[in-house]
Design a protein around this ligand. Structure first.
Ligand code: CP
Ligand code: NVA
Length: 303
C-alpha cells in the first residue's frame, strides 16, 4: 500500500490487514510494549480545516511509533497564499517520509500523491474520510466479533462520512442502508460502486433504513466549509435524527457510532448519544490505533 487516498482504492484484504495491525498496535500500547516501527521517520501534517481527533491522534501516534510529527497549518504555509499543491508536494517530499493532509478538494490529495514521492494519507476531504472509517470498522469488529451478517445504517447528509462508510462497509461484507434527503445524496462515484453491490439500499426514510440495523451512524448536517448553509440545512435535515424511534426499528443490541464532533438535538438526541457514549468514545480512541496501522503500512519497511 503506497498511499491512503480513499477506501475505493483498497481491496477487502488490505482493509482487513490494516484492522488486524490496528488491533495488534492497540494490544501493544495497552500492555506498554514499545513499538517504534517508524523510528527516525518524519510525518508532515497539513491542515486546511480544523481538527481535534485527527491532529492529536496522528501526532501522538507518530511519537508512539518512534517518529516525529510536524503540524503544518495552511494559515502558516505558502499553500495558504496560493503556492500550487504540485510544488508543495515536490518540496515536502525532499524533507519528509510521509504527508497527512486534511483539505477540501479530493483532487488536491490526489495531486499531492501524483507529484510527490512520499506516501500521502487523506485526513479528510469533502469527498471522504477514510481514516475515520477504518477506526469505525475496527470498533464494529471489536464489539461484534466479525462483520458477518451485519447491517450498517447511515442516516443524514450524503457527505464525506457517508461516502466512506458506504464503501468501507460494503468492502468488508456488511449490508449497508442509507437514509438521506433527496437533495443531499452520497457522491455519484460511490453510488455507482454501491449499486453494483447487492447489499446496498438507499431511501429517504430514516426508520426504514434502520430496520434490523446492527450499527447506526450519523454525522453533522453542516460539514466544515458549509457553515454558511447551516440554517438551510437545519430545515432540509429536519427528521434525519438518530433518536428512539430510529433505534426502535433496529436490532436490540444495535450500536451507535458518531465520528464527532456531534450536535446533540440535531443529528442525534442527547439521550441516544449518552446511552451509546462508550461505543462512541471507543470509536474515537480507535482513530489512534487505526491510523498507526496506516502509518506503519505506508511508511514502514513492510509496505
Ligand atoms: N472525527 C474527526 O475527524 O474529528 P476531528 O475533526 O476533530 O479531527
Ligand atoms: N462531515 C464532517 C466530518 C467531521 C469529522 C465534516 O466534514 O466536517
Amino acid at each position: 500500500m503506497k498511499h491512503l487516498l480513499k477506501l475505493l482504492d483498497l481491496t477487502e484484504e488490505e482493509i482487513i490487514d490494516l484492522l488486524n495491525l490496528a488491533d495488534q498496535l492497540k494490544y501493544e500500547r495497552k500492555h506498554n510494549i514499545p513499538h517504534p516501527r517508524l523510528a527516525g521517520k518524519t510525518l508532515g501534517m497539513i491542515f486546511q480545516k480544523a481538527s481535534t481527533r485527527t491532529r492529536v491522534s496522528f501526532e501522538t501516534g507518530m511519537v508512539q511509533l518512534g517518529g516525529y510529527p510536524l503540524f503544518l497549518s495552511s494559515h502558516d504555509l505558502q499553500i495558504g497564499r496560493g503556492e500550487p499543491v504540485q510544488d508543495t508536494a515536490r518540496v515536502l517530499s525532499r524533507y519528509l517520509d510521509g504527508i497527512m493532509i486534511r483539505t477540501f478538494a479530493q483532487k488536491e490529495v490526489e495531486d499531492l500523491a501524483n507529484y510527490g514521492t512520499v506516501p500521502i494519507i487523506n485526513g479528510l476531504t469533502d469527498f471522504c474520510h477514510p481514516c475515520q472509517v477504518l477506526a469505525d470498522l475496527m470498533t464494529i469488529r471489536e464489539y461484534k466479533g466479525s462483520f458477518n451478517g451485519l447491517k450498517m445504517c447511515y442516516i443524514g447528509d450524503g457527505n464525506n462520512m457517508a461516502n466512506s462508510l458506504i464503501v468501507g462497509g460494503l468492502k468488508v461484507g456488511m449490508k449497508v442502508s442509507v437514509a438521506c434527503p433527496k437533495d443531499y445524496q452520497p457522491d455519484a462515484q460511490v453510488l455507482d460502486f454501491a449499486n453494483k453491490n447487492g447489499g446496498f439500499t438507499i431511501t429517504d426514510s430514516p426508520v426504514e433504513a434502520a430496520v434490523d440495523a446492527d450499527v447506526i451512524f450519523t454525522d453533522v448536517w453542516a460539514s466544515m466549509g458549509q457553515e454558511g448553509e447551516a440554517e438551510k440545512r437545519r430545515i432540509a435535515f429536519n427528521g434525519y435524527q438518530v433518536n428512539d424511534d430510529v433505534l426502535g426499528a433496529a436490532h436490540a443490541e444495535c450500536m451507535v457510532q458518531h465520528c464527532l464532533p456531534a450536535h446533540r438535538g440535531e443529528e442525534i438526541t442527547e439521550k441516544v448519544f449518552e446511552a451509546h457514549a462508550n461505543e462512541i468514545f471507543d470509536e474515537a480512541e480507535n482513530r489512534l490505533h487505526a491510523q498507526k496501522a496506516v502509518l506503519v503500512k505506508v511508511m514502514g519497511s513492510q509496505n
